[in-house]
Design a protein around this ligand. Structure first.
Ligand code: ADP
Ligand code: MG
Length: 697
C-alpha cells in the first residue's frame, strides 16, 4: 500500500542524492565530488571510476538494467540513448558493468538534433558530458545521468550549458558586490528557481479524436462554449476525483525522483490546473521541470486523460504559462532579495534589487527573445496573460522607496554609520498574496521575482540563463564602479539614485491588461513586440551579443545558431499546424458540412414536392452554402501560401511568411470552420467541441 509509505521514505528514493553518495562513496571520493558540486572545482577524473561503480550498484539495487546520458537538445524536450550495463565474459556469462568513462562522457549521434548550422553534417559527432551538479536518478529501470551536450568542435548544442555558465557568471559578479559590502565569507551565490507549471487535463478519448490536439497540442478549430470561464467556480475549486487520482500519482512519481511537488490546484479556466514545486538551484529546477512535464503526460495517459502543455490549447480561454520564481542565495543560505532588517542589509538588498530592475529595463528585448515561441504568441496579451510589454511591479511600498532613492545622493547622511542610500531602515515588506499584482509580467513578490511571461511548454533554461546573464552584466558594471570609488557609501548612493532616475519607467504596479497601459507604455518607450518574429532578431543586437559573450554564456556563433534554430522551430510549428488544419478542413469539417447541406436540400425538395416552396431549410441552406464556398476559397489560399513557403530558403524569411501570410490565412479558415460548427447539428459534427472537452471531467 503505497499510500501508507511515509513521504520521507518515498522522497528522492530513486535519486542518487547526497545521503546515498555519503553512504556509498569512500570519504575522500565523496569530499572531492562535493567540492565539484558545491564549489565548482574541476571534476577529478580519477574518482569517476569509483563513483560510476557505486552508482551502478545502487541503480541495479533499484532494478535498473540500463543507463542513459540524459540531455536537453534544442528541441525543447529531453533526449536519451539507452545502453545496458551488460558485459559479456569470455565464458558466456554476463556481468553488470559501468565504467568511469561511461559516466563522464557519451557520444550520441548528433546529426538528428538541431544545431542551427553550427555542426556541418560531416561532423555529426556530438558529445554528452556528466553534469554532476544535478543528481542522477532511476526511472523506468534506467539510470539517468544528467549531462550537457556539445559538438565535436566544443560548441554548445543544448539548453543546459548556457544555464550552467550563466550561474557561474552571476555568482562571480554577486561575489564582487558582496565583498564591497564587507562579506568575505560567501564563496558562491546560487540562482534559485521555482517554476510553477500550468496545464490542462481532458478526457483521453476526446483528445484522440482531435488531430489538432494530437499533432499540434492545441485546438485549431472550436467555437466558444456556451458556458465558459465567466462562471468562476473553477479557480481553487474542489478537485474532481479523476483529476485528484492523477495528481496523487503524479506527486508520488515526482517525489520518488526527488522533485518536490508541493501544491496542486485548479486554475482559472475549466480543466486547467497548476503544479508548484519547492524551489531549488536553477539547474536542478530546470531538470525537475522537464521531468514534471514528461510525467504529467505519462501519468495522464495512465488515467485515461490527456495533459495539454501548449500555451493556448483553447482560443478564448485562459492560456497556460510557467511562472518562473527567481532569486539569489548565498552558500550561507542568505537570500539576497530578502530585504533585511538592518540598514546595512537594506542597502545590500536595494543594490541587488536595483540591479534586477536595471537589467530588466535595459535588456527587456532579450527577455522577450527568451520567451518567444509560436505558442506563446497565441497566449501573450490574451487579456488574461501578461501583455507583450515588459514592466516590473514592486508593490506600492517598495516603489515608494525605489523612487526616493533618486534623492539619496544629496540628502542622506552617514552619521551613526548608516549608509547613504536614502533609506535608513526598510521595514519588513508585506508578503501577503492579496497584495500581489497578478497582471504583471515581472513582479517582485517579497523575496524573489516572478517572471510570468514564459509559456507553459518551453524549457525554463532560456529565460533563466538570460535573467542570470543580464543581472550579471549590470552587477559587473556596479562592481567596476564601486571598486574604484574612494567613498563606497556615497558612490553607492549616487549609483542607486541614478538607477532610480533612469530606470523608473520600467516600474508599473497598475493593471497590465488595460488598454491605458499599452498607451502609457508606448509613451514611456518600453520595449514591446507584437510577436516572435519581431522579437527574435533582437537576439543579434550588438549589446545583447556583447553581454552574452562577455560573461562566457554564449559565443557570437552560438547565438547565431540559436537564432537560426528558433526560426526553424517556429516555422516547423506553424507548418504542422497549417497542414493539420488543411487536412481537418478537407477530410472532416467540410464533409460534415456538405452532408448537412445535402440533408437540407432534401428537406427543401420534399417541401417543394408538397407545394411549399418556402421551406425553413432554405435560409439555413443559403447560409451554409455561403460559408462552405468561403471556407473552400480560404483553404485554397492557405494551401497556396504553404506552397510558396516551401520555396523559401532562408529561415527568417520563412518565419516572416508564416507570421504575415500563413497565420492570418489560418485565422480565416478557422473562422469558417467555427461558423460551421454553429450550424451543423451536433450529431453530424465530426470532432469533440470545446464544451465536450472542457467539461469532460
Ligand atoms: P505563492 O506564490 O503561492 O505565495 P510562494 O511564494 O511560496 O507561493 O512560492 C511560489 C513559488 O516560488 C514556489 O515554486 C516556490 O518554491 C518559489 N520560491 C519561493 N521562494 C523562492 C526563492 N527564494 N527563489 C526561487 N523560488 C522561490
Ligand atoms: Mg505564481
Amino acid at each position: 500500500m503505497e499510500n501508507r509509505l511515509s513521504l520521507s521514505d518515498v522522497f528522492a528514493s530513486n535519486v542518487f542524492c547526497d545521503a546515498v553518495m555519503r553512504e556509498r562513496l569512500p570519504k575522500t571520493v565523496y569530499r572531492s565530488l562535493r567540492a565539484t558540486i558545491d564549489e565548482g572545482h574541476p571534476l577529478d577524473e580519477n574518482i569517476a571510476e569509483i563513483v560510476a561503480n557505486a552508482m551502478k550498484d545502487w541503480a541495479t539495487d533499484k532494478g535498473a538494467t540500463h543507463f542513459t546520458h540524459w540531455f536537453q537538445p534544442m528541441t525543447g524536450i529531453t533526449a536519451e540513448k539507452h545502453d545496458s550495463f551488460i558485459s559479456m565474459l569470455p565464458d558466456g556469462r554476463i556481468i553488470m558493468e559501468f565504467s568511469g568513462k561511461d559516466l563522464i562522457k557519451g557520444e550520441p549521434d548528433a546529426s538528428s538534433f538541431p544545431s542551427g548550422g553550427l555542426r556541418a553534417t560531416f561532423e555529426a559527432r556530438g558529445y554528452t558530458a556528466w553534469d554532476c551538479t544535478s543528481p542522477a536518478f532511476v526511472k523506468d529501470n534506467t539510470l539517468y545521468i544528467p549531462t550537457v551536450f556539445y559538438s565535436y568542435t566544443g560548441q554548445v548544442l543544448d539548453k543546459k550549458t548556457p544555464l550552467l555558465r550563466s550561474m557561474e557568471a552571476l555568482s562571480k559578479q554577486c561575489l564582487r558586490v558582496l565583498r564591497l559590502f564587507g562579506d568575505n565569507e560567501t564563496r558562491r551565490v546560487l540562482t534559485t528557481v521555482g517554476a510553477e507549471q500550468e496545464y490542462f487535463l481532458i478526457d483521453r478519448q476526446l483528445f484522440e479524436r482531435r488531430r489538432d490536439l494530437l499533432f499540434c497540442g492545441r485546438t485549431l478549430f472550436g467555437a466558444p462554449p456556451a458556458k465558459g470561464q465567466e462562471i468562476e467556480g473553477h479557480y481553487f475549486g474542489s478537485i474532481n476525483s479523476r483529476v485528484k487520482a492523477f495528481m496523487q500519482e503524479l506527486d508520488l512519481e515526482l517525489w520518488r525522483l526527488g522533485v518536490p511537488a508541493k501544491t496542486e490546484h485548479n486554475e482559472a479556466a475549466p480543466a486547467q490546473h497548476e503544479l508548484a514545486p519547492v524551489f531549488t538551484t536553477a539547474n536542478i529546477s530546470t531538470d525537475h521541470n522537464q521531468l514534471i512535464m514528461e510525467l504529467m503526460k505519462k501519468t495522464a495517459k495512465k488515467h485515461n486523460l490527456a495533459c495539454l502543455l501548449a500555451e493556448k490549447p483553447f482560443a478564448g480561454v485562459n492560456g497556460s504559462g510557467k511562472h518562473i520564481n527567481w532569486s539569489l542565495t548565498t552558500d550561507g543560505g542568505q537570500n539576497l532579495l530578502d530585504p533585511g532588517t538592518s540598514p546595512h542589509e537594506n542597502a545590500k538588498f536595494l543594490t541587488f534589487l536595483c540591479a534586477v530592475i536595471h537589467a530588466v529595463d535595459e535588456y527587456a528585448d532579450l527577455l522577450h527573445v527568451s520567451i518567444a515561441s509560436a505558442g506563446n504568441d497565441e497566449r501573450l496579451g490574451g487579456g488574461e496573460a501578461p501583455p507583450s510589454i515588459i514592466s516590473v511591479s514592486l508593490g506600492d511600498h517598495l516603489t515608494g522607496l525605489f523612487m526616493q532613492l533618486e534623492s539619496g545622493g544629496e540628502n542622506s547622511l552617514s552619521q551613526d554609520g548608516l549608509l547613504k542610500v536614502g533609506v535608513k531602515s526598510l521595514p519588513r515588506l508585506p508578503r501577503d498574496t492579496t497584495d500581489r499584482n497578478r497582471t504583471s509580467p515581472f513582479a517582485f513578490t517579497g523575496n524573489k521575482f516572478e517572471f510570468r511571461m514564459p509559456g507553459s511548454s518551453i524549457s525554463i533554461s532560456g529565460p533563466v540563463f538570460i535573467m542570470n546573464t543580464i543581472v550579471a552584466e549590470i552587477l559587473s558594471r556596479y562592481a567596476d564602479r564601486l571598486e574604484k570609488a574612494e567613498d563606497f557609501e556615497s558612490e553607492l548612493s549616487s549609483l542607486l539614485a541614478e538607477v532610480s532616475r533612469e530606470r523608473r519607467r520600467i516600474i508599473f504596479n497598475g493593471n497590465n491588461y488595460s488598454s491605458e497601459w499599452a498607451a502609457e507604455a508606448k509613451e514611456r518607450g518600453l520595449c514591446s513586440f507584437e510577436s516572435f518574429v519581431e522579437s527574435v532578431p533582437r537576439f543579434l543586437e550588438k549589446k545583447n551579443i556583447s553581454a552574452l559573450s562577455k560573461h562566457g554564456v554564449l559565443s557570437p556563433a552560438e547565438i547565431e545558431s540559436r537564432c537560426e534554430i528558433l526560426f526553424e522551430n517556429y516555422v516547423s510549428a506553424v507548418c504542422i499546424e497549417a497542414l493539420t488544419m488543411i487536412s481537418m478542413s478537407r477530410t472532416e469539417l467540410l464533409p460534415a458540412a456538405l452532408r448537412f447541406k445535402r440533408e437540407l436540400s432534401e428537406g427543401i425538395a420534399a417541401s417543394c414536392a408538397c407545394g411549399l416552396p418556402d421551406a425553413p431549410e432554405r435560409v439555413i441552406f443559403e447560409s451554409i452554402s455561403g460559408i462552405i464556398s468561403a471556407f473552400l476559397e480560404d483553404i485554397a489560399l492557405l494551401e497556396r501560401g504553404m506552397r510558396e513557403l516551401e520555396a523559401s530558403e532562408d529561415s527568417r524569411a520563412s518565419a516572416e511568411r508564416c507570421r504575415y501570410g500563413i497565420i492570418p490565412a489560418m485565422r480565416r479558415v478557422r473562422a469558417h470552420g467555427d461558423a460551421l460548427e454553429g450550424i451543423v447539428p451536433r450529431s453530424l459534427w465530426p470532432i469533440p467541441t470545446y464544451e465536450d472537452m472542457m467539461f469532460s471531467l
